[in-house]
Design a protein around this ligand. Structure first.
Ligand code: HPA
Length: 247
């Protein structure tokens, strides 16, 4: 079984033949939404809406530990995380899709580990390669198979939000080597690593990051939503292919 976490503009997996919705409790509280179990073709999938079913939970208030724990309880072969981002690298334009390969974490104050007192034991997970390479490759191969353009590699900067960044902050992220910026990639990725669940992401460029291109003056949420609605069809095609090629 594969797990999918849907982000902004992606709160349902159409084509998922839903078999069961389950509310799951974890030692860390409740996940953002019920888990939806179903099948695409013959393959089992579990889906979680990161911001809740009605998209009410902002990035800094998501219970990432409960979300990842809840999915991990069903021992998925991997978690595919879908998330909207701002594009920093000039060639990443609204509507483009990319599979990031690295992360820089600028978030603060989030519950970002299972390994702490009183219940956890100290453990320093290796995070040199934050995304699972075989799962990344499966996403890239699936995109080729369904004829969807999906970029290979981007450095993902995780910001705290919920506000968008200043132009100077984006200049700094660019100097740091970031290609895209989003608010939910961390601690999601590291929590999956702590539980040994392979994790990879598809990022949808929703807007040029602050101070870039069409966002030189301001970022319009309406424009972001329009881009996401269109891009989600392509994301769905890739995910359906990955799921159906799952053994
Ligand atoms: N910044 C941070 N997160 C985002 C953006 C952005 O420009 N666009 C979509 N998510």
């Amino acid at each position: 079984m594969l797990a999918v976490i849907g982000g902004s503009g992606f709160s349902r997996l159409t084509n998922l033949a839903v078999e069961q919705r389950r509310r799951v409790r974890t030692p860390y509280g409740e996940p953002s939404s019920e888990l939806t179990f179903g099948r695409i073709g013959r393959q089992a999938v579990v889906f979680l809406a990161r911001h809740g079913d009605a998209h009410t939970i902002p990035p800094h208030q998501i219970n990432y530990r409960a979300n990842i724990w809840a999915l991990a309880e069903f021992a998925p072969k991997g978690i595919v995380a879908v998330a909207a981002v701002g594009g920093i690298r000039a060639d990443l334009q609204p509507g483009d899709l990319v599979v990031p390969h690295q992360i820089i974490d600028y978030t603060s104050g989030r519950e970002a580990t299972y390994h702490q007192l009183p219940d956890g034991v100290p453990r320093h997970v290796d995070f040199t390669e934050p995304y699972d390479q075989p799962l990344r490759q499966r996403l890239l191969d699936a995109a080729v198979a369904v004829g969807v353009a999906l970029g290979d590699g981007a450095v993902y900067a995780a910001t705290q939000g919920p506000r968008l960044e200043t132009a100077a902050e984006i200049d700094r992220l660019q100097r740091d080597g970031a290609d895209v910026v989003g608010m939910t990639g961390m601690p999601e990725a590291v929590l999956a690593r702590e539980l040994d669940v392979p994790y990879a992401a598809i990022n949808i460029i929703a807007n040029p990051a602050a101070g870039r291109g069409g966002s030189a003056q301001a970022i319009s949420m309406a424009a972001i939503e329009a881009v996401l609605a269109d891009a989600m069809q392509r994301v769905r095609a890739v995910i359906e292919r990955v799921v159906s090629s799952n053994d």
